[in-house]
Design a protein around this ligand. Structure first.
Ligand code: G3P
Ligand code: CA
Length: 387
């Protein structure tokens, strides 16, 4: 009831005081929502609740314009004005360092295949139940990984980004934190980051547990407090539960397709699917150890068989009722990644009506969005806030 009111307000006025306003927790507190009040109690009024809403999160940096998870991509996202930078997706090296790559397999995002000295490292592994062939970060020392260079992952969609192939190294998490500190000093304003822990169960089985390593690095940089400008995310709820015991940072559970099961659930025999987790009972359970969810955009507005957007689900209302913020993923400007009714032509590297899509998603009442194109997202937010 209360959050529906909040949602209606967003749709009705288009001028609600979103920018600079507290995130749902504060709105929820105003509306007297018990779940939101619990979140307020846990986190106080600062930290992530001071972020602009809807929050524009640079997904893997400004990865629409630069090879993802490079300091170049992070810097551009920040220079564009992104509120938060997803720096990075974290995976470990053989010697236990944390580095920023979307996946442990790095054949598609680095020049490793052009290094004859690493040809013998190419292998096939089962990663979260999927046979995956390539080169894996856990088979390389940090010193070895530092001899590689990043390249554009999807050149067919982003041919211009190949200009930057070979320009940047794979960053470590510590380098990201030092970059963050330096940028914060330069700007006189906190730079927010939003690292994701990739495949926690897979890496724990290899003796490379991520949660303790992330906590240790955050502690080293004084970034492990509830109001530290670092939000942590993972697709594995048990990873988030483990983090909840190690650090005070805001925590977000990522949610994939409705029919899928988080891989830690598969391993532990927990029968629940994402469809179960987005029901009120599942959201209440998540709210007992996390502050938000990161659902696919399809869980916010499903598509029909032709790929057109249909009617929003009740997920925004239901999550807000439990005091959870929602940061869905991922908005991208190129046609193939947009809902069919927002595409313009069929060029794989052509832009569709991304502004229209952003506007439609913002109108659901989401608290933010991951986007490869933070500049587009920021302009769309301006339009949305100004009606
Ligand atoms: O972290 C939000 C979103 O990035 C999750 O998806 O696969 O891009 O890491 P992915
Ligand atoms: Ca991610």
């Amino acid at each position: 009831m209360g959050t529906q009111g909040s949602d209606e307000q967003g749709r009705g006025t288009g001028r609600r005081a979103l920018l600079g306003a507290a995130v749902l927790g504060a709105g929820g507190a105003v509306l007297g929502l018990p779940g939101a009040a619990r979140a307020e109690e846990r986190h106080g009024g600062g930290g992530y609740k001071s972020l602009p809403v809807p929050t524009v999160i640079g997904h893997r940096g400004a990865s629409g314009y630069r090879p993802e998870h490079t300091l170049g991509a992070y810097q551009l996202a920040l220079d564009m004005g992104a509120d938060v930078i997803e720096a990075g997706d974290l995976v470990p090296t053989k010697d236990g360092h944390l580095v920023c790559r979307h996946e442990p397999e790095i054949g598609g995002t680095t020049d490793v295949s052009a290094h004859p000295e690493f040809a013998g490292r190419k292998t096939t592994k089962t990663l979260d139940g999927v046979a995956t062939t390539g080169w894996f970060t856990e088979d390389f020392t940090l010193a070895e990984l530092k001899t590689l260079r990043a390249k554009e992952r999807i050149p067919a969609n982003r041919p211009h980004n190949t200009l930057y192939d070979g320009r940047w190294e794979i960053p470590t998490f510590e380098e990201v934190l030092r970059w963050r500190n330096e940028q914060t000093r330069k700007r006189g304003k906190q730079v927010w980051i939003y690292p994701e822990l990739k495949h926690p169960t897979y890496f724990r089985k290899l003796g490379l547990g991520l949660e303790e390593r992330v906590a240790k690095v955050l502690r080293k940089y004084g970034m492990d407090e509830k109001n530290s400008p670092v939000i942590l995310q993972s697709f594995e709820p048990t990873g988030i539960q483990r983090l909840n015991k190690l650090v005070g940072n805001p925590l977000v559970v990522l949610l994939s397709g409705a029919s899928t099961r988080p891989w830690d659930f598969v391993e532990t025999g927990d029968p629940r699917t994402v469809a179960d987790l987005v029901k009120p009972a599942g959201l209440k359970w998540i709210a007992s150890y996390a502050q938000g969810i990161g659902p696919t955009l399809d869980l916010i507005i499903p598509k029909d068989a032709s790929g057109n957007l249909t009617t929003p689900t009740t997920l925004v209302k239901d999550a807000h009722a439990e005091g959870l913020i929602l940061h869905p993923y991922t908005m991208r400007n190129e046609n193939p990644f947009l809902p069919a009714n927002f595409r313009k032509g069929t060029d794989a590297d052509g832009y569709g009506d991304a502004f229209g899509a952003f506007k439609t998603y913002f109108a659901t009442g989401i608290d933010g969005v991951f986007t490869d194109n933070p500049d587009t997202g920021l302009l769309a937010r301006e339009d949305f806030v100004n009606g």
